[in-house]
Ligand binder design. Structure first.
Ligand code: XIL
Length: 373
């Protein structure tokens, strides 16, 4: 009986008079447009990659990623806690695999990130002396930037150095090394990685006060005669509150400084957050999901439409300024991978990307593609 059933399925999937349900399934697997092809004359299209994706453990992702993306950023594996867990101990294996993956698939890698207050190894967190921190700082930047020079396309040299009011974040680097640490990070990176583009990356820097802080950082690096090639606006926004006017002003203000502008971690949350404002501060967690996970079984059409419109508005704006924008990177290939299922509240069901949990293109994907037509 089982044998007969298998034979029936095999026949019906291969012959032309397949049942309707199977035909529909086959149609849904027909090729979809490619983001990287659609925008190939405009900007690079990137994604964050997690370990399973770098190692091609999931066949659906392994197939989709090279068709859709020509840029990628490691979501976690090049952060200090993972790649440099002890004073003289580096774990290069995953980053080397990422470089090979990028070469094989013609994907430009933005290494992320050299100097960031978060995801630091324990030995750095416990440092109290400026000399020790400077030793870590110098070794870390020089070792990684030189090892991957010519192998990665770019580095996020400094990540999230600003407070919301535009002042410098009171990180361990500011407190022990002083405010010149940012220029010094770029100086060390420039020396070690002469063939790699160097960027400053942060969230909410489209907002006026924080943007002014980022402008100051860029000006200061340039005034010191040190190279900075671009600025990354992360782009962790709420689908219902995208600050389009501020984003446009930021594109103009940053590009006027002579640096490339990128949107480096784009995702649009559809879930309520406890602060009622955009916040990508990874330390700002807000407890568990009990009673705060409104769409565990699927997104209502009304919210899906808000997400779709949000992406459409953004890509219209990006295309308007395509001469100033070099890359748009999504923070995750599909909804299931997104960090927003666990941030700022653990264990929720968010829908912030262009592909659903089965890697099927969502209405927002088609709306993005349609902005080119
Ligand atoms: C996030 C990752 O997506 C998570 O997997 C991790 O647990 C925390 O960090 N800004 C950044 C990214 O620059 O590195 C962060 O990535 C999201 C906010």
């Amino acid at each position: 009986m089982i044998k007969i059933f298998i034979t029936f399925v095999t026949l019906t999937t291969t012959c032309s008079f397949a049942p309707l349900q199977l035909q529909a399934q086959n149609q849904s697997q027909s090729p979809i447009p490619s983001l990287k092809e659609t925008f190939k004359n405009d900007f690079l299209i990137g994604t964050a990659l997690n370990t399973a994706q770098i190692q091609e453990k999931d066949p659906a992702a392994a197939q989709l990623i090279p068709l859709q993306f020509n840029a990628a950023t490691p979501e976690n594996i090049m952060k200090a806690a993972i790649i440099h867990p002890g004073w003289d101990h580096y774990n290069f294996t995953l980053a080397d695999q990422l470089v090979a993956y990028g070469q094989k698939n013609k994907i430009k890698i933005t290494a992320h990130t050299l100097i960031w207050h978060s995801q630091l190894p324990d030995f750095v967190r416990s440092i109290k002396s400026p000399d020790s921190l400077r030793q870590f700082f110098t070794n870390h930047i020089s070792t990684l930037a030189s090892r991957y020079d010519g192998k990665v396309f770019s580095w996020d040299v400094v990540n999230e150095a600003l407070e919301e009011n535009g002042s410098l974040r009171k990180s361990i680097f500011l407190q022990l090394l002083g405010e010149d640490y940012i220029v010094e990070a770029f100086r060390l990176a420039q020396k070690a990685a002469p063939h790699t583009e160097l960027y400053y990356n942060d969230y909410n820097i489209e907002q006026p006060k924080k943007r002014a802080g980022a402008v100051e950082i860029i000006k200061k690096i340039k005034a010191a005669g040190v190279r900075i090639d671009g600025v990354g606006i992360q782009g962790h926004w709420r689908a219902s509150h995208i600050p389009l006017a501020e984003i446009e002003q930021s594109i103009l203000d940053f590009s006027a400084l002579g640096v490339k502008v990128m949107f480096t971690e784009l995702d649009l949350s559809v879930l309520p957050n406890p602060w009622d404002r955009d916040n990508a501060d990874v330390s700002a967690t807000a407890g568990n999901s009990t009673g705060k996970d409104p769409y565990p079984n699927g997104l209502p059409d009304s919210v899906q439409n808000v997400l779709t419109k949000g992406y459409e508005d953004l890509f219209k704006l990006f295309l308007k300024h395509k001469d100033k924008i070099s890359r748009i990177t999504f923070w995750g290939v599909n909804d299931g991978q997104s960090w927003l299922n666990d941030f700022p509240i653990r264990g929720r069901t968010n829908y912030p990307t262009l592909f659903d949990r089965a890697y099927k293109a969502k209405p927002a994907f088609y709306a993005v593609i349609a902005t080119k037509k």
